[in-house]
Design a protein around this ligand. Structure first.
Ligand SMILES: Nc1ncnc2c1ncn2[C@@H]1O[C@H](COP(=O)(O)OP(=O)(O)OP(=O)(O)O)[C@@H](O)[C@H]1O
Length: 265
């Protein structure tokens, strides 16, 4: 039996803003096993980041939680937020060692670990560069290494590649697959890019427009050692892609209809 690491049961989350209740998620039940690569897709504002925040234990006071969630199987979480940046006044090496400094790990040990990871992921020679001297893709890779340095067993990724050009994105997608295979970590990704979702994941959950609820689960039975770029020509990939686009379009159109109805009132 695979061991479930993240589990939600009929989870609904609502925020209060200007005395108005905003239901972000509704009745979400899912289970993610250790070592899986799972992705959440859905229309903008449907609660994907909210779900990641709940899993990371980042629920702000006043947020209403109904149903249950269990993340007790997680020892250490790595979270790469949307629009996260490196510390501009620190070198690459000092950026990567920062999480270990906070945890009180010795400088020598921190540097040893950071240098090994920087070498493994193709950043040797840039240890003493500042973030402004790196390309966007390299900066993103450093952020990822910084997330991995304290050896999380779950990595949460909220649209980590959305600001990059298509070519750099594709290269980093391959990097994600490699990291997932190398580390055995559980990866939970949020993306708007359906090709990215299929290329990387073992399972994809499609959420409805807000309040987000799971409308479909896609099983992606593609080889684990695939290339994120080459797999796009695979016929199974293309079949899933068509199905996913059609299902997502329905959700987006529904959201637009709701918006239009509200506008007409
Ligand atoms: N702290 C908050 N207070 C009030 N409302 C919030 C808060 N955080 C999120 N929301 C609202 O909850 C809904 C879900 O937001 P969330 O960021 O989880 O969606 P998302 O699917 O990640 O969006 P996107 O795809 O655009 O990044 C949105 O309507 C958002 O405005």
């Amino acid at each position: 039996m695979p061991n479930s690491m993240i589990e939600t049961q009929n989870l609904s989350i609502s925020y209060w803003s200007k005395n108005k209740r905003i239901e972000a998620l509704h009745d979400v039940s899912l289970s993610i096993n250790a070592g899986e690569f799972v992705t959440l897709i859905g229309p903008s504002g449907c609660g994907k980041s909210t779900l990641l925040n709940v899993i990371a234990g980042l629920i702000s006071p006043g947020t209403e939680v109904q149903g249950t969630f269990n993340t007790s199987g997680i020892k250490q979480i790595g979270y790469l937020f949307q629009k996260q940046t490196l510390l501009p006044w620190r070198t690459v090496l000092d950026n990567v060692t920062a999480p270990l400094e906070i945890r009180g790990v010795s400088r020598t040990e921190g540097r040893r670990k950071a240098l090994a990871l920087l070498e493994k992921y193709g950043l040797s020679g840039f240890e003493h560069s500042f973030p402004r001297e790196l390309s966007g893709g390299m900066q993103q890779r450093v952020l990822l290494i910084r997330t991995l340095i304290y050896e999380p067993d779950v990595v949460l990724l909220d649209e980590p590649l959305s600001s990059l050009d298509a070519q750099t994105r594709a290269l980093l997608q391959d990097e994600f697959l490699r990291l997932w295979r190398d580390t055995g970590c559980t990866f939970l990704l949020v993306t708007h890019d359906l090709d990215e979702a299929i290329a990387l994941s073992q399972r994809v959950f499609l959420l409805s427009s807000r309040p987000g609820t799971i409308v479909k689960e896609f099983e992606i039975n593609l080889p684990k050692d695939r290339s994120a770029i080459a797999i796009r020509t695979d016929s199974q990939f293309q079949t899933i892609q068509r199905e996913m686009w059609s299902d997502l379009t329905k959700q987006v159109l529904q959201q637009q209809d709701q918006g239009f109805a509200l506008f007409q009132r």
